[in-house]
Design a protein around this ligand. Structure first.
Ligand code: SIN
Length: 562
């Protein structure tokens, strides 16, 4: 978009937090002890992935449990790609952060005053605390209440972040935004925290709400941030599968409480795929269902044997949702299918949420700190948002104190720098493992695509991107589909660039940019691991691939003569 930086509204703040889910609001509350915090959110404050979380928070609070056991389960699920140090931080600092959430007033289910723990897949203990099947909304509402009581936290709704602003020294100084009326503004901040959530909407079928289009990841990439583990997208095994209905999440806790997967004849099938049956790791259950559906079977989640009262009391929202679509789960098995659910991938950070761009931090689903590896353990994500949001604030204080307030002239410099800077067409790519970083040289096979993209309307393009991601970069990926999709996404980026004038167009451009990188990453990782499954490389290749892929845009070397 073209605009005059001398004319647009300029707002200054100490901390700028982008996103209003658990990571964003918890960070905002923590930062509010030290300065003025502005939270920008794309729609309403509660329009977040957090709000829709059902299962709960995995945390070692029960006396039968320990951080050590939680650590082991997390590493096991992560399939060799977790950063063990970061996992230690998660499981050890988690209980204290959940304690803070309790003191803020979050109400979790209890029996005679004692917190109740449920089981989810790949956990060796019942360790998931919950608020019936609406844990996310309980947490979201608690944090919203707290922010409402703080004089230091200002929340701006319906504010779309177009881009991050970086000054000529490469430091992040805030963000450029667009509101629904088409007005642009610049928020200039001493510290910027990305907490914009995930990207489930890249896929045709997802449990995520419409806001989850990966905007924060795409904006960070454009600003020069490193993105990591892009090929690892988690598909939830059980989303409601009724023609015309959105793929609502049917929590894994339903299987944890005894729900079973059956085919159209009422026969269980999971023991064919894994000895842990319905409680096998999420990627295994999702692919098993995918395989059954591919064989022409129907798949259902059956809870009718648990008893009417128990189902209604423990899962009131899921029950209501199913009834809305004519299925009474107390008597009838629920039709289910997998759907995109969580991005393990994101902006690469250290253990304090720091990115490679000074002044820019990230936490929650938009971030990739190595805690989830190739496959996130169920209900670890809310804990991730709390623990690493808190760590950002503790770490950035020294930087915050010495960082200047930015003024309009700095905005003008940043915008001029952005316009001046040109980028190579290829990305830089390294793989990162126990022996450090190694560059990867890649060349794409040319692949002819037959779609004509010029002139496609924004919404049509969104659907084309989503269905291509689902079919060719989904649960099961193959060489031809990846080559085709990557070429298509590359062409889509080219066709969309330069025609962004509204939040909807910006979203679709962000989606195309991420799609292209995800398809590229899935193409390069010639093995199967965790949530990434290649039909042409169905096994893990530890020797070559116990490593991460890290992407960034490559800046052209400046001409020293001018
Ligand atoms: C669920 O309730 O099944 C989702 C929990 C999660 O994604 O961690």
């Amino acid at each position: 978009m073209t605009f005059d930086p001398r004319q647009i509204e300029c707002v200054t703040t100490d901390f700028l937090v982008l996103g209003s889910g658990i990571g964003g609001l918890f960070t905002a509350l923590k930062a509010s002890d030290y300065g003025l915090v502005t939270v920008l959110t794309k729609q309403k404050i509660e329009d977040t992935n957090t709000y829709f979380a059902q299962g709960g928070i995995a945390v070692a609070l029960d006396e039968q449990d320990s951080p050590k056991l939680h650590r082991e389960d997390t590493l096991q699920a992560g399939a060799g790609l977790c950063d063990e140090q970061v996992v230690d931080i998660l499981v050890n600092e988690g209980p204290a952060r959940v304690g803070e959430l309790l003191r803020m007033g979050a109400r979790f289910d209890r029996d005679k005053g004692n917190i109740l723990f449920t089981r989810e897949a790949a956990h060796s203990r019942s360790r998931v605390i919950h608020a019936s099947d609406a844990t996310g909304s309980e947490i979201q509402n608690t944090l919203i209440r707290q922010c409402g009581q703080s004089r230091e936290v200002k929340v701006v709704e319906n504010c779309f972040v177009l881009d991050l602003l970086t000054n000529p020294e490469g430091r992040c100084i805030g963000a450029l935004t667009l509101d629904r009326a088409g007005r642009m503004a610049a928020y200039l901040s001493r510290v910027t925290v990305l907490a914009t959530g995930g990207a489930g909407q890249l896929f045709l079928y997802t449990t995520n709400p419409p806001i989850a289009t990966g905007d924060g990841m795409a904006a960070a990439y454009r600003a020069g941030a490193q993105l990591m583990d892009l090929e690892f997208i988690q598909f939830h095994p059980t989303a409601l599968a009724i023609q015309g209905a959105p793929r609502h999440l049917i929590s894994e806790a339903v299987r944890g409480e005894g729900g079973v997967l059956v085919d159209q004849d009422g026969k269980r099938f999971m023991d064919k795929y894994d000895p842990a049956g319905e409680l096998a790791p999420r990627d295994i259950v999702a692919r098993a269902i995918w395989t059954e559906l591919g064989r022409g079977n129907q798949v259902y989640l059956d809870v009718s044997h648990l008893g009417t009262e128990r189902v209604r009391n423990r899962f009131p929202n899921i029950t209501r949702r199913c009834l809305d679509y004519g299925v009474d789960p107390t008597t009838t098995p629920i039709p289910v299918a997998p759907a995109a659910h969580y991005t393990m991938s994101g902006v690469r950070t250290g253990s304090h949420g720091q990115t490679n761009i000074p002044g820019l931090y990230a936490c929650g689903e938009v971030a990739c700190n190595g805690v989830h590896g190739a496959n996130r353990l169920a209900s670890n994500s809310l804990l991730d948002g709390l623990v690493f949001g808190d760590r950002i604030v503790r770490y950035c204080l020294a930087e915050w104190i010495t960082s200047p307030f930015w003024a309009r002239r700095h905005l003008v410099e940043a915008v001029l720098e952005g316009a001046r800077e040109d980028w190579e067409t290829e990305d830089s790519l390294v793989s990162w493992g126990p022996d450090g970083e190694r560059p990867i040289f890649y060349s794409w096979e040319p692949f002819a695509i037959d779609q004509q993209l010029e002139g496609i309307e924004t919404e049509e393009m969104r659907q084309l991107l989503q269905s291509t991601m689902w079919e060719e970069v989904g649960l099961v990926r193959g060489l031809q589909g990846l080559l085709h999709s990557r070429e298509l996404f590359q062409a889509a980026v080219g066709s969309l660039a330069g025609r962004v004038t509204s939040p909807a167009e910006a979203e679709v451009f962000n989606m195309a940019q991420l799609d292209r990188l995800i398809a590229g990453a899935a193409l390069i990782r010639t093995e199967s691991r965790g949530a990434h499954y290649r039909s042409d490389f169905p096994r893990a290749d530890n020797q070559n691939w116990e490593r991460h892929l890290v992407w960034a845009r490559r800046k052209k070397l400046k001409n020293p003569a001018g």
